[in-house]
Write a protein that binds this ligand. Sequence first.
Ligand SMILES: *Cc1c(COP(=O)(O)O)cnc(C)c1O
Length: 453
Amino acid sequence: MENGLAERWGFRGSELVNKASAISIRSVLNEVMQNMDEEDLRPTIPLGHGDPSAFPSFRTTPIAEDAVSDALRSAKFNGYAPTVGILPARRAIAEYLSEDLPYKLSPNDIYLTIGCTQAIEVILTVLARPNANILLPRPGYPFYEAHAAYSSLEVRHFDLLPEKGWEVDLDAVEALTDENTVAMVIVNPGNPCGNVFTYQHLKKVAETARKLGILVISDEVYDHLTFGINPFVPMGVFGSIAPVITVGSISKRWIVPGWRLGWLVTNDPNGILEKYGIVDCIHLDLTETWKSTAIAIVFLKKFLSLFSPFQIVDCIKGFLNITSDPATFVQGALPQILEKTRGDFFSKIVNLLREAADVCYNRLREIPCITCPSKPEGSMFVMAKLNLSILEDIKDDVDFCIKLATEESVVVLPGVAVGMKNWVRVTFAVEPSSLEDGLGRIKAFCLRHAKMQ
Ligand SMILES: *Cc1c(COP(=O)(O)O)cnc(C)c1O
C-alpha cells in the first residue's frame, strides 16, 4: 500500500460513539464470555441478560402472534407510518395506560418508538441542550449513561439505597441539582435491582422534582411485572405534581423484545411541557396548593431558561421527524395486542417470575460469599454483593464473572456494568430447570474458590 494512504483518507470513527459504546451491557458481557470453554459439554446458562423469549416457558401469547400476522396480511400497513406513530396504536396505548391513572391520556400524549430504547434516545437527545445535566440512578440501566455521553449531556448520579429496599436517595437528588439540571430518571420496576417503588415514595419523588423544577423520566418497561408486596404504580399518577415522561414498550411484559415496539408518553395534565410563558408559570403557581414564592421562582427560572424558546413537545416531534419508526405492521398489530391479551397470560408469566425470584434469592443466600440485600419484587433481576475477602483468587466482580463463565459456563453480569463494583446482577427469567442448574454451579464455583479456614 502506498505510504501514508490511510492517513490521507483519514478514516476514523467518531470519538463520541467510541466513548458511549464502551458503556454497554453487551460490551461487558462480551468480555465476560471471551474465554468460555467450548469443551464444556454442559449447556451455557445465560443469567446475564434480560431476554427470556427463547425459553419455552416464556413464549409470548398466541394472541399477540395472531395480531401481528393479521396486521401483516391485511396489506393495510405496508407503507410509511406518521413519524409519531399511527393513530389507532397511539389511541390503544393511551387507553391501556389510562387504566392506571387518575386522568385520561390522549393519543396526542403518545409517541411510538423503536422499543423503549429509542424512547430513551429521543428524550435524552431533546433534553441535551448546552450545559444541561441529568440525574441518573446508581445502580442503573447503562443505556442512559451511554446515550447521555453520545449527546454530550452531563450525568450526575444519585444512589439507590440497598438498606432501604433500593429507594432513591432524595437528599442526594437535591444536593446534585443546580440551575442546569433538566431531569431525573427512575426505573420502576427496577432494573438492575428488582425493586418496586411504593406509592408514597413515588409521590416524594414527584414532590422533590417539583421543588427543584425538574422533569421526572420514568422507565416503566417492566410495567406490571411485579410479584411482591408493592403493586406497580405508574409515575404518571403524580403528573399533576411534576411533569412526567414515561417510557415503555411491549418488549418485557409480552416478552417480544425483537418486535421493537415502544412508546414515549407525556404525563402532564397541567400542560407544562407545551407552554413556557411567564403567565403560564404564574398560573401554575396560583392554581395549585403549592404557593411558596421561593419555589415558584425556581420553577420560573427553569422553564424560562431551559425550555424556552423550544418547548419539549415540539422538540420530541422534531426529533421523530429525523429518525426512523417502528415497523408499520407491528404498529398495526398493537390495538389487538393491547386489547385482546388475556389476564391468564400475564398471571402465568408473573407466577413464573415470582417462583424464579424465590428460588434465585433463596439459593443465592445459601452461598457464603454472596449477600442479597432484598428479595426481588419485580422485573427480572436481583443485585447480589460479593464478599471478595473470603474468596481466594478473585480480584473483583469482572474477574469473578470471567472465571465463573470459563469454569462453569454460567454468565452473570458484573456490577460495574450497572455502576456497582463488586456486585453482580443475576437474571432469574430463564427456564426453571436452567435456573436451578445455574445457581448450583455458582455455589460450586464459590465453594471451590473459598479461602481455606
Ligand atoms: C430492556 C430495557 C429497555 C429497552 O427496552 P426495549 O423495548 O427492548 O428497547 C429499557 N430500559 C430498561 C430498564 C430495560 O431493562
